[in-house]
Design a protein around this ligand. Structure first.
Ligand code: ADE
Length: 254
């Protein structure tokens, strides 16, 4: 999968993403991350990319021309490599977008190429957004100084779902949010630490019991920490009635 990040701060994005697991995945060739400087495409001889907003108001706005020409250059590159630029999704990272979540990360990880557009100042001229953007995505209901950190968060979350990026693909299936629940607690050596013992069941070697304990912990943790996710999970997965008294796993947990 290839990420093409349109930004005014390419070093910031590349410095952040060329390390650790994502950096190694790039070296292995599972993904590629390219940051394209929007300023390189301005027609202004002083290299200006922003201007005042019509109608007044605080701050400057990124202009349509450099953003559009930068996008065209990225598309031409994709076309040269694969000839499918017209289909390439363009994500504008903005606090005005739908809130990013694991399902969206999984959906986007199936794309061959993905263009991310980072805004700055007070945003970007609406006319160019109308022409090139396919998805408006926010990483949460707060405002950052620019889109770069948001784009980095998204690239990290998407890239780790691309086959081959994580050593152990199974961990992406059991981790928090993969099935709509938070992950169960985990323990490593030593068996006792600060007088706290690792739960007995995990030492038993009984796989079915361990599985059931983890599922219960996962449900309970989600109920306590993220009640709205818990409710959504119960709606999508109505509890099966078990046992003679008809008590479900969920009523046991309450
Ligand atoms: N740019 C500024 N704030 C943002 C946010 N919360 N999500 C995505 N992009 C942003």
């Amino acid at each position: 999968m290839k990420f093409h990040i349109m930004t005014l701060f390419p070093e910031m994005v590349l410095d952040g993403l060329h390390t650790s697991i994502i950096g190694r995945a790039e070296e292995k060739g599972c993904i590629s991350i390219e940051a394209v400087n929007i300023r390189d495409y301005t027609a202004d001889r002083h290299k200006k990319v922003d201007d005042y907003t019509y109608g007044g108001g605080a701050g400057m706005l990124m202009q349509a021309q450099p953003v559009y020409d930068c996008w065209k250059a990225v598309c031409e590159k994709i076309d040269r490599q694969k000839g499918n630029a017209a289909k390439t999704r363009v994500v504008y990272v903005t606090p005005q977008g739908e809130v990013f979540h694991q399902k969206k990360a999984a959906e986007l990880s199936k794309e061959e190429d993905l263009i991310l557009l980072c805004g700055h100042y007070e945003g970007i001229d609406e006319r160019v957004l109308e022409e090139i953007v396919t998805d408006y995505i926010s990483i949460g209901d707060y405002v950052l100084t620019g889109g770069e950190l948001a784009a980095m968060v998204m690239v990290d979350a998407i890239a780790r779902l691309v086959p081959g990026v994580l050593h152990n693909d199974e961990s992406a299936q059991t981790e928090s949010h993969a099935n709509g629940l938070l992950e169960y607690p985990q323990y490593s050596r030593p068996e006792i630490w600060h007088d706290k013992r690792v739960p007995e069941v995990l030492m038993s070697g009984h796989h079915a019991n361990i599985e059931q304990w983890r599922q219960e912990q996962s449900l309970e943790r989600t109920r306590l920490r993220r009640p709205e996710l818990y409710e959504a999970y119960l709606l999508a997965n109505p509890p099966k009635v078990t046992g003679k008294k008809g008590r479900s796993i969920c009523s046991v947990l309450k």
